[in-house]
Write a protein that binds this ligand. Structure first.
Ligand SMILES: O=C(O)CCC(=O)C(=O)O
Ligand SMILES: [Fe+2]
Length: 285
């Protein structure tokens, strides 16, 4: 498993297995700089082309297991607030169609999982994000630790801020057309929502917006909590596949029961048990 990850990653350009080397430190500095400047770091062809093709085959083989859910969302995933003016960003709702291929589709033989499980990969992501060993853990959720976001032709993902601080994605299949990842770097910050500028982008002002297509094998580290972003509608006949690797700041973190049911259409014992632990009982509300 470990060897598969090492063989899949272009270690000449991205020597993430040699943490003491000069080139490792240079790579780390470069990624950190990109994150500081734009909130988004992209390592093009991080996975070599043979492995990228293998990932495409692997994901196509389990795409039928994707769970689809449809809803209307605002950029903050919050409920409508009729006390605000109609033009307020929190009242801007767009249709979101979402299909996640759950993590249990990627078992012990999965190359996508092998990359996620490779310790040098986790360490590199952790250091790039400036996290310490006691504040950075793989997500402990067998349905959600490593998943694929599958966007079918006609679908997209409207403007939003992520709930989590960062998202680590791996391009697998871009789709024929569309499916562009667009983001406005650092549109909001800890100190303010910047609603005026958010409203401008929602209204079509793309002047501060950057666009990129995540090619097969490209790795992206993105600080999605502060940068408004979307995926434009996919066109053509093939779906867009992006692997999503999840991490948490505490050990043993897994999804809440309600949210897991929304995203995957089912829950596992671990979700019920952890929630019971948190709540102290297993009674229904
Ligand atoms: O598919 C992508 O490139 C990003 C999706 C995204 O923004 C998200 O899952 O929050
Ligand atoms: Fe996002």
């Amino acid at each position: 498993m470990v060897e598969r990850a090492a063989a899949a990653i272009d270690l000449e350009r991205f020597p993430i297995h040699e943490s003491q080397s000069q080139s490792y430190l240079a790579l780390l500095a470069e990624v950190r700089q990109q994150l500081k400047e734009t909130g988004c770091a992209r390592l093009k062809s991080f996975v070599n082309s043979a492995a990228a093709r293998a990932l495409q085959d692997e994901v196509s083989g389990v795409a039928g297991q994707a769970y689809r859910s449809y809803n209307k969302v605002n950029p903050y995933f919050t409920a409508d607030d009729p006390t605000l003016p109609a033009s307020h960003p929190r009242r801007h709702f767009e249709r979101r169609s979402n299909a996640f291929i759950p993590a249990d589709s990627f078992g012990a033989n999965s190359l996508l999982r092998a990359i996620y499980e490779w310790q040098p990969f986790t360490d590199f992501i952790r250091l790039a994000l400036g996290e310490s060993e006691d504040s950075f853990f793989q997500y402990d959720d067998p349905l959600a630790d490593v998943i694929v976001n599958a966007v079918d032709p006609g679908d997209g993902f409207p403007w939003h801020f992520d709930t989590n601080t960062y998202t680590v994605t791996l391009g697998i299949q871009p789709g024929e057309g569309g499916g562009t990842f667009q983001y406005h770097p650092k549109l909001r910050s800890k100190s303010g929502e910047n609603y005026d500028r958010v409203a401008a982008v929602l209204g079509g002002d793309l002047s501060g917006v950057r666009s990129l297509t995540l090619g097969p094998g490209d790795l992206q580290i993105f600080l999605g909590r502060y940068s408004l972003h979307r995926v434009t509608a996919v066109t053509g006949t093939t779906s867009r596949y992006v692997g999503i690797f999840s991490y948490a700041n505490e050990p043993q973190m897994c999804g809440r029961v309600e949210r897991t049911r929304q995203l995957y259409g089912r829950v596992l014992d671990i979700h019920l048990q952890r929630e019971a632990l948190l709540r102290g009982d297993t009674l229904h509300d």
